[in-house]
Design a protein around this ligand. Structure first.
Ligand SMILES: Nc1ncnc2c1ncn2[C@@H]1O[C@H](COP(=O)(O)OP(=O)(O)O)[C@@H](O)[C@H]1O
Ligand SMILES: [Mg+2]
Length: 251
């Protein structure tokens, strides 16, 4: 059995009567590509916001590497190795691609900045950033303002920024949405490579079931804040509740 990295127990979150999470429990083990699937409004982004510390659940508990996260800020969670990307790009559009990615690396290196000479820290941050840019084939764009790139490349920069922080577990909020088929395939390949070569465990949020089914090791399907299915990808298609949720709504 591989080690459990992230564990969520009985999460409840609502906004003035709107239930975003209703008793959500799951665990993610080292090496997983854990897909969270559901139509628009299912609660997927809310779940990532709770895991990353942006929202506080009304009930339930999240632990990472055995540590209860309740009192940790979003930044402290990142420093523990819990990284994320955003559904609506949160890049600094006027800053270069390299500077955006360096910001991600700074978060990870930041923990030991006090102990090292400044020049050494800067060198390390730059090296992390350059390595990730190279890896994601973004080096040719490193001096371009992030906001000037086509959408597909901006999404890749967002992934690069998160990976530059060397997370143990990376939460990705619909990284494939809005990409062409070819861009989706490229991104899927990069993510699988990162998982294998850097040992990053992935939680991949998607609204499109087909896009992630072959990639994932485990799947959780959500609808209206509830978990409809959790388990092997192979079992999803036969699940009656999943079929109803997807046939009942066009999203
Ligand atoms: N900050 C918020 N304020 C009020 N309602 C919210 C907020 N965030 C999410 N919701 C509501 O929670 C539900 C789940 O939304 P969300 O988590 O964004 O779903 P998904 O990412 O699966 O599309 C929706 O009904 C949405 O309108
Ligand atoms: Mg969302």
């Amino acid at each position: 059995m591989s080690k459990v990295l992230l564990e969520a127990q009985d999460l409840h979150l609502s906004f003035r009567g709107v239930k975003a999470l209703v008793g959500v429990s799951f665990s993610v083990s080292e090496g997983d590509l854990f897909a969270v699937i559901g139509p628009n409004g299912a609660g997927k982004t809310s779940l990532l916001n709770v895991l990353s510390g942006l929202y506080k659940p009304q009930r339930g508990r999240v632990s990472f590497l055995g540590e209860d996260l309740a009192t940790l800020s979003p930044q402290e969670r990142v420093r523990r190795g819990l990284g994320r990307t955003f559904q609506n790009l949160e890049l600094f559009r006027g800053m270069t691609v390299l500077d955006n990615v360096k910001l991600g690396a700074e978060l990870a290196v930041g923990t030991y900045t006090d102990l090292l000479p400044k020049a050494s820290v800067e060198w390390r941050i730059r090296r992390h950033a350059e390595e990730v840019l190279d890896y994601l084939h973004l080096s040719p764009y490193r001096h371009a303002p992030a906001g000037a790139l086509p959408y597909g490349l901006q999404k890749r920069v967002e992934v690069a920024r998160a990976l530059a922080g060397r997370p143990k577990l990376l939460l990705l909020d619909e990284p494939m949405a809005g990409l062409s088929l070819e861009e989706k395939q490229d991104l899927a390949r990069f993510l699988l490579d990162a998982r294998r070569e850097w040992g990053v465990t992935l939680v991949l949020v998607e609204h499109d079931l087909k896009a992630v089914l072959e990639l994932s090791t485990r799947v959780m399907v959500m609808s209206y804040g509830e978990v409809l299915y959790q388990g092997e990808p192979a079992g999803v298609r036969e699940d009656r509740r999943v079929a109803e949720a997807y046939l009942g709504r066009s999203a």
